[in-house]
Design a protein around this ligand. Structure first.
Ligand code: ATP
Length: 272
């Protein structure tokens, strides 16, 4: 059986308004939403609908969130699986998992199939590092067979995410496969403020909190980092028995989060 997690239509409460910033990315993906809602509108005029969309960018920038939001917005089921789940020790398991996944998807179309860490499967052939190499190739081949196998108007959109687009096998980028590539980058200052606002929604903030200023001092932070920052700030406030988060709490959290990263990199470099 496939290890994919399935969320049915309506299960996912995530929609595009939960994705802050990423304006161009969202605009690019709007046509996928439109297609899932009304495929006939496109096929009627002979438009070739994309089968696959590759989301490329650093970890924590909202690729999974975007894919989920597309499903939520179009109100279709969402299948998600990680590329590393396909890579198994037992020969043939990966390929049969891919087959099962697409079979399920066809039964549930229109739907979105989301493959996180696609690079685990779709690394350029011949760059394997020893063990499991043939197995991975078989899995990749099966994925290509499946993608070529369903019609463009079958109502299945395969979205995949990677932060290593440079090591992907070019075969997966051919027309009829992942022929749409969307770069999901680090948020700029406006994006960071918008992300902070989204994650501050369920958190009581003190009057002195200035999210704009926080956004200005968090260059290089991803959406996931910002979410984590506010969560740490909430923990600081709770420990202090307060029922709101102050600007100082966010600053304390900032130091903690910053020191955390510093410590991690020190440990890594100690090992080398
Ligand atoms: P990975 O490559 O590690 O899978 P990813 O790019 O898929 O990362 P997500 O899992 O989508 O990143 O993001 C992690 C979390 O960070 C989200 O659940 C969300 O809380 C927050 N986040 C990231 N980007 C945004 C954004 N643009 N708007 C709101 N929240 C965001």
């Amino acid at each position: 059986k496939s290890r994919a997690r399935l969320s049915l239509a309506g299960d996912s409460k995530v929609t595009l308004k939960d994705v802050a910033g990423l304006k161009e990315e969202k605009e690019d993906l709007q046509e996928i939403v439109d297609f899932l809602r009304d495929p006939g509108k496109f096929t009627k005029v002979g438009a070739r609908i994309p089968k696959g969309v590759l989301l490329e960018g650093p970890p924590g920038t909202g690729k999974t969130l975007l894919a989920k939001a597309i499903a939520g917005e179009a109100n279709v089921p969402f299948f998600s699986i990680s590329g590393s789940d396909f890579v198994e020790m037992f020969v043939g398991v990966g390929a049969s998992r891919v087959r099962d996944l697409f079979e399920e998807a066809k039964k549930n179309a229109p739907c979105i199939v989301f493959i996180d860490e696609i690079d685990a499967v779709a690394r350029r052939r011949g760059t394997g590092m020893g063990g499991g190499h043939d197995e991975r190739e078989q899995t990749l081949n099966q994925m290509l067979v499946e993608m070529d196998g369903f019609a463009a108007n079958a109502g299945i959109i395969v979205m995949a995410a990677t932060n290593r687009v440079d090591i992907l096998d070019p075969a997966i980028l051919r027309p009829g496969r992942f022929d749409r590539k969307i770069a999901v980058g680090l948020p700029d200052v406006g994006g960071r403020e918008a992300i902070l606002q989204v994650h501050a929604k369920n958190k009581p903030l003190g009057d002195n909190v200035d999210l704009k200023q926080i956004a200005q001092t968090t260059a290089g932070f991803t959406g996931a980092d910002l979410e984590n920052l506010l969560n740490e700030a909430a923990i600081v406030a709770a420990k202090d028995n307060r029922c709101f988060i102050s600007q100082e709490d966010i600053k304390t959290a900032f130091v903690k989060v910053g020191i955390g990263t510093e410590r991690k990199s020190r440990i890594i470099s100690d090992k080398e």
